[in-house]
Design a protein. Structure first.
Length: 144
């Protein structure tokens, strides 16, 4: 079940928006907490593609491997990161409209273990604080 659900219109063609969004080297420009991205896969982005993302969270650098779990060029992609019994999944869909490209985003969090289950509301708040503005940052990055 989604704990983050957002949409935005970016005034650029869907092909351009999708290409910029799936060039994960752009993540530090789009996601405020991301400080470094290391591509772990060669070739074009596809299902199974992976990269390592380093974030600075409360003064500490934390890295995680992110895997592309579904991919349909210029239409949709999903990514997943599993770490410390936290399973975070982000889903994006792209639709061409008369005003540009509509990007729909859903974030899901699954936990294992009693500690993570009890901490889930706090974990969600932390993730939301880090990533809640990433679509508006994507829009600004692409449109300027």
């Amino acid at each position: 079940m989604a704990f983050m659900d957002q949409s935005i219109i970016i005034k650029k063609p869907v092909e351009e928006v999708f290409a910029m969004a799936t060039d994960f080297r752009n993540s530090p420009h789009i996601m405020d907490a991301v400080v470094k991205v290391e591509l772990l896969s060669e070739g074009p982005v596809r299902e199974g593609y992976s990269f390592k993302e380093t974030r600075e969270i409360r003064g500490r650098k934390v890295s995680s491997t992110i895997n592309v779990t579904s991919y349909e060029k210029d239409k949709q992609y999903s990514v997943r990161s599993v770490q410390y019994d936290l399973d975070l999944r982000y889903h994006y869909t792209f639709t061409q409209t008369k005003d540009g490209t509509r990007v729909d985003f859903k974030g899901e969090l699954y936990t294992q273990g009693l500690r993570n289950s009890l901490m889930k509301p706090l974990i969600k708040r932390i993730i939301k604080k880090e990533d809640q503005d990433h679509l508006s940052r994507l829009k600004k990055f692409i449109e300027t």
